[in-house]
Ligand binder design. Sequence first.
Ligand code: ADP
Ligand code: MG
Length: 490
Amino acid sequence: MDQKTEKSNLIEGATGEWEVVIGMEVHAQVTSNAKLFSGASTEFGGEPNSHVSLVDAAMPGMLPVINEGCIAKAIRTGLGLKAQINLSSVFDRKNYFYPDLPQGYQISQYKNPIVGEGEVIVDLLGGERVVVGIERLHLEQDAGKSLHDQHPQYSFVDLNRSGVALMEIVSKPDLRSSDQAKAYVSKLRTIMRYLGTCDGNMEQGSLRADINVSVRRPGDPFGTRCEIKNVNSIRFIGQAIEHEARRQIDILEEGGTIVQETRLFDAKTGETRSMRSKEEAHDYRYFPDPDLLPLELTQGFVDGLAQNLPELPDAKRARFIADYGLSPYDADVLIIERESADYFEAVAKDRDAKQAANWVINELFGRLNKEGRDIVDSPVTADQLGSILDLIKAGTISGKIAKDVFDIVWTEGGDPKAIVEGRGLTQVTDMGAIEKAVDEVIAANPDKAEQAKTKPALAGWFVGQVMKVTGGKASPQAVNTLLKQKLGIE
Ligand code: ADP
Ligand code: MG
């Protein structure tokens, strides 16, 4: 699939334009209480080496036993990526020595992965859409962790992660900008969170990406790529690609060539640096693990999982646009988290959906972001926000007062209707009272009242003054009508 790159994605060099080509290998930790081949806990943050079975520590004679729950989640993920599910797949040994890998090999899948080709639709918030091909998804074990900063002479090893199930999701080289790459990883995370197959927690290392980057002149064949290992935040993914593309362009423009190599991203400097060249690349001597039989699935097992998929993000997005009349932008923002989408639907039910979307996106998300809170522990529930919108619709409060009520519910809790009644926040629709306020303001500002006859824009200033006098409670329509009459504006 070679989609035409939008001009805005091209990078300006000293000698003309360049196109960046990106393919990603994303490692996603399977949501599971137990490891891929042992019953040890996968809990994050335990005391070092407190979640290690004899299998994870590679004691002689221990045999791996496959975790069926992890298999089911890999298949679910494959289905969510609209991918081929392979009824027959094989676990191989990928041999290498590393102190945090006590077996001396990692159990992975090489030639016969559990999931084959699929695709992910990526909608960027600016309206751009890319379809990213998935090459494969395979299951593998995570390694342990070497600790070099605990003792002046010794290195330590923590095997808590050793044997934890990972899904490696390999994309085709279909991405053409750092923004596309960031949006792609976000979309993968959204899909897996909907499916409950990976929690997507990048700070805890549940989701990390190896990024393959090359550059070329538009229309040329692919250039030589470099691979940036283990990037663990969406923002860093963007920075690493920007830096790496620029580095390669500078080399090529000075007449040099790109050496295929593995690089590391340094978050402190925002730069990538060489880790090992292709000549130092491992020969992993893959071979089928003799301790594990080939994995044979029945079509019935896969069909059963397919029938139990939730509504996926693309379907939800399309439904939000078609059924609620939302803009693609609003739909994209609301579907990022399943919980946000559910919240929105609870508010929008039997109400003005566009207004509900505005309140959820602007007031609610705005406040949640500001306070670094999650939608699942939002102080204002969907029911409470719904009541606020009902009070606006009934004309009981203005949109401005509604924001105050939202704020009160946020900080103090309570029923919006009771708050409005109890604190006298009800909108003044009594024409007599509003007229009195209008008269007062006009009488206090005779010069401006005179000017308003020829400068109707001044009416806005008068509306503001009347609102001030009435504590923001006057019905804005009534104030407008009365002011126009009294000032003699058409
Ligand atoms: P390897 O077997 O060496 O890991 P793969 O063919 O599996 O290589 O590709 C690994 C990743 O690199 C894939 O995500 C793929 O899309 C990406 N990739 C391959 N060629 C290029 C290229 N020229 N530029 C950028 N990414 C590439
Ligand atoms: Mg690879």
